[in-house]
Design a protein around this ligand. Structure first.
Ligand SMILES: C[S@@+](CC[C@H](N)C(=O)[O-])C[C@H]1O[C@@H](n2cnc3c(N)ncnc32)[C@H](O)[C@@H]1O
Length: 263
């Protein structure tokens, strides 16, 4: 007789039943199609839709951070859009979408990326390569669709940041504010235009997550740390309070926007 070893923890049991629920959901979806029944009117449709967009256990530390940022900004009553700078294949975006839905947030999701991978820079070459993380916009959107994201809520801004993040785009998006900003573009030169762009969208209580804060071993003159220190010096009305660290290189902050510069 085959014995099934007891699962080592409640966490892995949870993961198992979660995978089971997702698989059941995909199969049910297929069965509806084979059935020839209109998807929209199938009696089980709402349940399947709910399961598809539900949030499972976090798969990594980024997910844990996102699972904290949404309920936190919701409880602080900080409303606004989700901005992600550097989206690659959409893994973080998919998780964000599910979190926002779970918190009942009518957020719009902005995906900023060249979709060409990392640009050439003084910081590419050794650990990070030019064109690393290239993924086409079509592939990104397809990944989102397959994960059940309603892509009418996702707005892609394609282009290299120092060309695509323009004052005109800032005006077009005004008066929107951002509740959560996810900066995941690895390099100093990529982070500089991102931080300059987000200034008018920040509000007290916005959370900024830097995925690569410690990307260069915490070197103060490299990457996101250098870009942020220089940006804070240029913008005395903005102050950041350390919030949480996540994964091997992530750090998040809560934004405070003052009316007048601190003396
Ligand atoms: C590490 S990946 C992002 C991963 C994604 N946030 C996730 O968690 O699934 C970095 C992304 O930043 C983009 N990127 C980096 N520098 C850029 C720049 N200067 N302009 C536009 N996109 C850039 C790359 O194309 C790539 O998609």
């Amino acid at each position: 007789m085959r014995t099934i070893p007891p699962s080592s923890s409640g966490r892995s049991r949870g993961k198992c039943s979660w995978s089971f629920a997702r698989t059941a959901c995909v199969l049910a979806d297929r069965a509806f199609q084979d059935d020839g029944m209109e998807l929209e009117i199938h009696p089980l449709r709402p349940l399947v839709a709910q399961l598809k967009n539900a949030v499972g256990p976090p798969k990594n530390k980024k997910h844990e951070m996102l699972q904290l940022a949404f309920p936190t900004t919701t409880s602080w009553k900080v409303e606004g859009e989700y901005f992600e700078f550097g989206v690659f294949r959409g893994r973080a975006m998919i998780h964000t979408y599910r979190m926002a839905r779970r918190c009942g947030r009518p957020t719009r999701f902005f995906a900023f990326d060249s979709f060409e991978g990392l640009p050439a820079s003084a910081e590419t070459g050794e650990k990070l390569q030019e064109r690393q993380y290239a993924c086409s916009q079509e592939q990104f959107l397809d990944n989102l669709k397959r994960a059940g994201v309603d892509i009418s809520t996702v707005h892609c801004v394609k282009g290299v940041f120092d060309q695509s993040l323009t004052p005109r785009l800032q005006r077009d998006l005004a008066p929107s504010k951002s509740a959560i900003v996810w900066v995941d573009c690895d390099l100093y030169e990529s982070t500089v235009p991102v931080l300059d762009f987000i200034v008018p969208f920040l509000q007290t209580g916005s959370i900024i997550c830097f995925d690569d804060w410690f990307g260069f071993g915490g070197h103060p003159l490299k990457g996101e740390i250098r870009a942020t220190n220089e940006w804070l010096a240029r913008n005395p009305l903005i102050r950041l309070t350390h919030y949480r660290d996540f994964g091997v290189s992530g750090r998040s902050f809560v934004v405070h926007v003052s009316e007048t510069a601190p003396s």
